[in-house]
Design a binder for this molecule. Structure first.
Ligand SMILES: Nc1ncnc2c1ncn2[C@@H]1O[C@H](COP(=O)(O)OP(=O)(O)O)[C@@H](O)[C@H]1O
Ligand SMILES: [Mg+2]
Length: 269
């Protein structure tokens, strides 16, 4: 188990925002937290990063409890974070954005940069472009590449699909699947059903700071009622889901390989 949260409770002042969140992510897995705006997804991710205090409950990374550790320590233990809204530096070039995330040691730095640019050829191509000149999808790739520079064991991705066009979402989700196949587990916060179902193996449905439902992608596809009640009519994508299901290809090219087993995915460790 790379990440496990046990009965996590967090507050903002008197406001009780996380009310006993229990979830886990294994090596090689992509897991989503699916929920509406305000459900508590970002708070969960920030609590893992040590940016929001856990009032009670435990946060465990690869067998070690990390409650109370400072964020840089949590990073060092193999947790990468892509914040909601990406937070890249718009006035720096692509390469400069990546360099600020690297260590001083120049050999390690070059290796890390090469690895990031191999996974994202578009970033190599556009390395001298200012980040503000990238498309939304490219900016998200840059934010992900930056988070991968420390070679995390688990990557926390906070609403990577936000503000992106459907083709850009597909591109980003393809990269997320690739990252997982290469051995980094992923915890994905999303309110976009299509993005979550296209990449994650399991889903925790979150509402008002609780995650009462956890299902595999296969199970959740049959539970449109749950998707509607947790994500609302506006956010549902049964039109597309329904269409691809009728065509006999649930989510068509976006679905992770059905044959992918945990053993195969577990090459990470
Ligand atoms: N810094 C903050 N101070 C006070 N309340 C906050 C803060 N950040 C988020 N909240 C509240 O906490 C709840 C959960 O927010 P958040 O974790 O951002 O949800 P999500 O990421 O699912 O949209 C919401 O009710 C939100 O208004
Ligand atoms: Mg959020």
């Amino acid at each position: 188990m790379i990440l496990s949260l046990e009965q996590l409770h967090c507050y903002y002042g008197l406001s009780h925002v996380l009310r006993g969140v229990t979830l886990n992510v294994s090596e090689g897995e992509i897991v989503s937290i699916l929920g509406r705006n305000g459900a508590g997804k970002s708070t969960t991710i920030q609590a893992i990063m040590g940016l929001v205090k856990a009032q009670s409950g435990s946060i465990n990374i690869a067998g070690t409890t990390i409650n109370g550790l400072p964020p840089h320590d949590i990073c060092r233990r193999g947790v990468g974070w892509v914040p909601q809204g990406r937070r890249i530096f718009p006035h720096l070039t692509v390469e400069e954005n990546l360099r600020v995330a690297t260590y001083k040691d120049s050999k390690g730095r070059q290796l890390a940069l090469d690895r990031a640019q191999t996974l994202f050829p578009i970033l190599r191509e556009r390395r001298n472009v200012k980040a503000s000149g990238l498309s939304g999808g490219e900016q998200q790739m840059l934010a992900i590449a930056r988070a991968l520079i420390g070679s995390p064991r688990i990557l926390l991705l906070d609403e990577p699909s936000e503000g992106l066009s459907p083709p850009a979402i597909r591109e980003v989700m393809k990269v997320v699947r690739e990252i997982s196949v290469q051995g980094t587990a992923v915890l994905l916060a999303e309110q976009n059903i299509r993005a979550a179902l296209a990449s994650a193996h399991r889903h925790y449905l979150m509402d008002k700071g609780e995650v009462p439902v956890v299902m595999t992608t296969e199970e959740i596809q049959k539970r449109e009622d749950l998707l509607v009640s947790y994500l609302g009519v506006a956010a549902r994508m049964p039109v597309e889901l329904g269409a691809s299901r009728r065509a006999g290809h649930p989510l068509a090219e976006n679905t992770p390989e059905p044959s992918r087993t945990s053993t195969e995915a577990g090459r990470s460790a």
